[in-house]
Structures are given as C-alpha cells and as structure tokens.
Design a protein around this ligand. Structure first.
Ligand SMILES: Cc1cc2nc3c(=O)[nH]c(=O)nc-3n(C[C@H](O)[C@H](O)[C@H](O)COP(=O)(O)OP(=O)(O)OC[C@H]3O[C@@H](n4cnc5c(N)ncnc54)[C@H](O)[C@@H]3O)c2cc1C
Length: 421
C-alpha cells in the first residue's frame, strides 16, 4: 500500500472532497482517505448561498439541484407562536447569490466525493487514518482498510478534513472547546411534516424557546430533518435517552403544531459538546479545513459553508506551493488568519443568538440603515471585509447590548403555550 502523493486528504466530507476535486483538476496527485463507505448519514443539511460559486467551480451545481430542495431564506419563530420573522436572500445587502440548498447529506456528500474521483483524485473509502508522522519533506500516514489490511501513505502535504474527529488536532492536542457553547443535540428525519414548503422553494426554519431551539429543514420532497439543541447540562439533568428528549420537546408549543401528524422515519441521532477550535490551523506540512479546523454551532448553518470555503482555499494554496515551495510560510499564515477571522465573526454572531435580546431584536427587523439586509447578507455567507457590512453589524451588536437594559424592541415571552409532558 506504499504510495506517493502531492497531497493526502483525511476525510471525504464537503471540505475534503472540495479540496480533492480542485487539486486533481489542476493535475496534482491527490488521495482521499475516508473511513466510511458513501452514502452515509451525516447531519448538516442546510447550505448557504455563498457556497454556490464553489459548486459552479466544481461543476456540480446541476447535480446538486437534482437532489436538493431550493432554499430561498429562513424563518425564525418563537415557541409560543407569537412571533415569526421570515427573511429572503433576495433582500440581502448586495447579495451575489440569492438561493442555496437543503440536502440529504448522504446524497450531497456522495455527489461531491464522486466528483472528486471523476476529476482524477484517488478516493479510498473504508480506509481509516490511524496515525501520522511529519518530517521535513512530507507526511506519512498509517492507514487500515476494511479487511484489516494496514499500510502507509506518503505525501508531500496533508490536508486534515476529518471533521469533528480532528485527527491532526487530536494528535497535537490543539483542540480547545468554547466553554460557553457546551451544547447537546438530538435529531431525526420525519415525513408528513405539514406546511413545511413554500411553493417549490423552502426556508430553513428555526424555532426558539427560552433555553433551547429547534431546526426544521426539508431535505427532499418527503423528508424533513428536525432537531433540538440545548445545554449539555440540561440534557444530563433530564436523565433521558436522546429519543425521549426529542419526543418530549417536540410536544411543546409551536413544535407540537408544526409536527402534527409527522412520522419519524430514521433512528434518533444525537451529538454533544461539538463547539471548539484548534489553536493552530497550519503546521509545516499540514493545513486543517472544515470541522477539523473548528466547529461553532449548528445555528445559522455555517458548518458546510466553512468546510467548502476552507477546502477551496487550502486547495489553491497547496497548488501554489507545490510549484513555489518558498511561498509556503506566507500562504499558510494568510490561510490561518483568514479562517480564524471568519470563525471569530460567526462565533460572535452565534454567542449573541443564545441571549434573549437576539430574538427580540431580530424579530423586529428594521430597514433603517439597511440593518436587516446586512444581517441577511452575513447569514447568506458574506464574509468579506466590506466596511458597509462591518459597521452595520457593529450597530446591530450595539442595539443588542442596549436591549439588555432598555426595551428598544418589545420584550418577548419564550414560554411555550403547551408544556412538554
Ligand atoms: C447538530 C448539528 C447540526 C448541524 N447542522 C448544520 C446545517 O444545517 N448546515 C450546515 O452547514 N452545517 C451544519 N452542521 C455542521 C456540519 O455537519 C459540518 O460543519 C460539516 O459536515 C463539516 O464538513 P467537513 O467536511 O469538515 O466534515 P465531515 O462532513 O464531518 O466529514 C469528515 C469525514 O472524515 C471522515 N473521517 C473522520 N476521521 C477519519 C479518519 N481517521 N480516517 C479517515 N476518514 C476519517 C468521516 O468519516 C467523514 O466522512 C451541523 C452540525 C451539528 C453537530
């Protein structure tokens, strides 16, 4: 199993398959080592409009459209059913892309991984990376296949896209949890969810309660992904299985109405304590992309967007330094700086979401100063350094801060009309 590559990629999720396709397209020798056999279930089904340009570059937009539900915006509602705000990307501040997708990740990830293979990347599924060694010339990975056969892969550079497994981050002890985001989530797919579609298109729906929230994402014509997010400490106090927790919470307030008659068609999955970042995103011979670099929170659907963005950026950098190795230090530094900036930007936004003022201000959108369109643009994935967006976001945070002390927007109750039983 000994072999030599320009770049070895751990993980064939959106980050890994994006990078692999782009590198292979440039004629680089690239291998993807993926421990699962695709298609496989994965959470993370709502995408952002700013990924669409990368789908075009990858040449997969048409294929994605065949499996996806078009997403044109979002809805944020309160659990007691008193407030609901819808926003549409077409109203976003100078938005270049006004549509995104909602997908079953099993189908979506397979489209991207097959695309990488068709462009010349070597894709090895059911191959787990067990350990790695870096030296001055490259990286050696120890891998094990489905039948237990072991081997080594040697590459000049490594891109870790192993998701929350974070192979490199764990090996070098780089992972740091966000102490204020210790969350737990339980989710499943349902059929017969009433009133989920808006014409042919859809909105990603978020329903906010006092100390937890729900998502509802139609992933195809039949299925809707539904999940609840709460503090890990709350989950532990409940002393229930994830299945019991999901059933209990879906019986409250607005969720009971929205799920009337819905039928669960998958097991209940759960995950927890998933919010962290690595202290370093670049080493001498490696870069981290996607969740392997860091994951913030499911709210605002930034996970796949950041995975695709970082996979794309990393591929471009590797392509350059394979031609000009001396450019590596500066390009790696730039990559790390950019990805840290974007993650910090969304971390601030996510942190704000978990305060009550957020929903009070957000559910009273104002066109004044084009504040609502600017927030809309950030939610669509506009991560540019645009001053026009930056100052509006600062104003938004200032309004949130003031709302703590003065009711600039009406106070809201987030207590459900029907308590869970
Ligand atoms: C509850 C929840 C809800 C979410 N909802 C959304 C959402 O609506 N929208 C959104 O954009 N994001 C969402 N996310 C985030 C999203 O799931 C991730 O950000 C996204 O999948 C990251 O892509 P990735 O390519 O970095 O990693 P992944 O998609 O996790 O892919 C990593 C791959 O690496 C493989 N792998 C791991 N270890 C090894 C190894 N040792 N050897 C070989 N292969 C390995 C895995 O099998 C996997 O296929 C959500 C996350 C959570 C926790």
């Amino acid at each position: 199993m000994n072999s030599n590559y320009d770049v070895a990629i751990i993980g064939g999720g959106p980050a890994g398959s994006t990078a692999a396709a782009l590198l292979a397209q440039k004629g680089r020798r690239v291998v993807v080592l993926e421990r699962e056999k695709f298609p496989r279930f994965h959470i993370g089904e709502s995408l952002l409009p700013y990924s669409v340009a990368t789908f075009d570059r990858l040449g997969v937009r048409e294929k994605i459209e065949q499996i996806a539900v078009p997403k044109v915006g979002g809805e944020i509602a309160t659990i007691c059913g008193t407030r609901s705000v819808k926003f549409y990307f077409k109203d976003g501040f100078r938005l270049q892309h006004q549509r995104a997708y909602q997908v079953a990740r099993s189908d979506f990830d397979k489209v991207l991984l097959d695309n990488a293979a068709s462009r010349g990347a070597e894709v090895r599924e059911e191959t787990t990376v067990q350990s790695l060694d870096c030296d001055g010339d490259g990286v050696t990975l120890k891998v094990v296949g489905k039948n237990g056969a072991t081997g080594e892969v040697r590459a000049s550079y490594l891109l870790d896209c192993s998701g929350r497994n974070a192979v490199v981050g764990s090996r070098f002890k780089l992972k740091r949890a966000y102490a204020h985001l210790q969350k737990f989530s339980a989710y499943a797919h349902f059929e017969n969810v009433p009133k989920i579609f808006e014409g042919d298109c859809n909105l990603t729906r978020l329903i906010r309660s006092e100390d937890h929230w729900f998502w509802m994402i139609a992933v195809n014509a039949e299925r809707t992904s539904v999940g609840v997010v709460m503090d890990t400490s709350t989950f532990k106090q409940l002393r229930m299985t994830p299945e019991q927790v999901l059933e209990r919470y879906l019986a409250e307030g607005e969720m009971r109405e929205r799920m009337r008659g819905a039928v669960r068609v998958t097991p209940v999955y759960s995950t927890g304590d998933y919010s962290y970042r690595n202290t370093s995103l670049a080493g001498e011979r490696w870069l981290l992309a996607g969740d392997a670099a860091g994951f913030i929170d499911p709210i605002f659907s930034t996970g796949v967007f950041l995975a695709i963005l970082s996979g794309e950026q990393a591929a471009d950098i590797f392509d350059k330094i394979l031609t000009t190795p001396s450019a590596r230090p500066a390009l790696f530094r730039r990559y790390e700086k950019k990805m840290n900036r974007v993650m910090s930007m969304y971390l601030r936004f996510v942190t704000a979401w978990y305060r009550r003022e957020f929903i009070e201000v957000f559910s009273n959108p104002t066109e004044r100063f084009q504040l609502a369109p600017a927030i809309n643009a950030v939610l669509a994935g506009n991560i540019g350094n645009s001053f026009a967006i930056w100052w509006r976001m600062q104003l938004f945070y200032f309004v949130l801060f003031m709302q703590r002390f003065v009711a600039l927007c009406p106070r809201l109750t987030l207590i459900p009309k029907t308590e869970p039983t």
